[in-house]
Design a protein around this ligand. Structure first.
Ligand SMILES: CC(C)(COP(=O)(O)OP(=O)(O)OC[C@H]1O[C@@H](n2cnc3c(N)ncnc32)[C@H](O)[C@@H]1OP(=O)(O)O)[C@@H](O)C(=O)NCCC(=O)NCCS
Length: 203
C-alpha cells in the first residue's frame, strides 16, 4: 500500500493540524483511530525504521524525517477528504501501534478504483487481530458513510501476511488484476503486485 496521497500538497505546520480536533476519529473495542498528533512522531519513526516492518516496501526503512513528512501529508489529506490513514492508538495503554485506513490508490494501480485499505503496524503488535479489527471498522465506514461501491487492497505478490490479512477480512483476489508497481525498479522482487477487492454488501 501507499501512504502518500497522490496529490502534491505543501507542508503545513503542526499548529494547524493540532487545531483540527474535529477531524475524523473512529473507535473499535480495543482501539482508537484518530488523526496523527505530535506525540506519534517518535513511535511511528521507530516502527518505520524496523526492517521487518518495512520488508515489503520500496523504499524500505524510513528516516525520522521521512516519517514526519508522511504524517504531515496524511494529516493534510485528512483535512481535505472524509477518510484517510489514521493513527491507531491502543485504548488499554495509549500505545501507538501503527497506522491504518483508506487512501487513494496511486496511478500505477489498474482499474481507477477510488479507495484502498492498508496498514502499517509495529512488530510487537502483529498477530493479535488488530489489522482485522481496524479493517472491519474502516469497511463499515466505507459502506455506510462513504457509500463506496468497493474497496481494494494491493501488495507485492510475496507479501504473504498482507495477502492473508486481506483474505481474512473478506477481500478476494481480482482475476487478471496482477500488475507491476512501476515505482519499484524492474527486476526487484517487490515489483509484481496482486490486487484484492471487496464490494459493498449494502449496494
Ligand atoms: C500485514 C499486517 C498489517 C497484518 O497485521 P496483523 O494485525 O498482524 O493481522 P491480524 O492479526 O489481524 O491477522 C489477520 C490475518 O492475517 C494473516 N497474517 C497476519 N500475519 C501473518 C503472517 N506473518 N503470516 C501469515 N499470515 C499472517 C492471518 O491469516 C491472520 O489471521 P489469523 O490470525 O486468524 O490466522 C502486519 O503484519 C504489518 O503491519 N506488516 C508490516 C506492514 C505491511 O506489510 N503492511 C501491508 C502493506 S500492503
Amino acid at each position: 500500500m501507499h501512504w502518500i496521497p497522490h496529490v502534491n500538497v505543501g507542508f503545513r505546520g503542526l499548529e494547524r493540524i493540532e487545531d483540527q480536533t474535529t477531524m475524523l476519529t473512529l473507535e473499535t473495542s480495543r482501539l482508537v483511530l484518530r488523526p496523527w498528533q505530535d506525540r506519534d512522531r517518535a513511535p511511528f519513526a521507530v516502527i518505520n525504521t524496523d526492517e521487518q516492518v518495512r520488508r515489503y516496501y520500496y523504499p524500505s526503512v524510513l528516516t525520522a524525517m521521512e516519517t514526519d513528512e508522511m504524517i504531515d501529508e496524511i494529516n493534510e489529506q485528512l483535512a481535505r477528504e472524509p477518510f484517510g490513514f489514521l493513527a491507531i492508538e491502543r485504548k488499554s495503554d495509549g500505545a501507538l501501534i501503527g497506522g491504518g485506513g483508506l487512501s487513494r490508490p496511486g496511478p500505477e494501480v489498474p482499474g481507477n478504483f477510488p479507495l484502498e485499505i492498508g496498514w502499517i503496524l509495529g512488530r510487537d503488535y502483529w498477530r493479535q487481530g488488530y489489522a482485522t479489527e481496524v479493517s472491519h471498522r474502516w469497511l463499515e465506514f466505507a459502506w455506510r458513510n462513504l457509500e463506496a461501491e468497493c474497496v481494494i487492497g494491493y501488495t507485492s505478490s510475496i507479501n504473504v501476511p498482507s495477502r492473508c490479512a486481506m483474505e481474512k477480512i473478506g477481500m478476494r483476489r481480482v482475476e487478471d488484476g496482477d500488475f507491476d508497481d512501476t515505482t519499484v525498479p524492474v527486476g526487484n522482487a517487490l515489483r509484481p503486485h496482486v490486487l484484492y477487492r471487496i464490494d459493498n454488501p449494502m449496494r
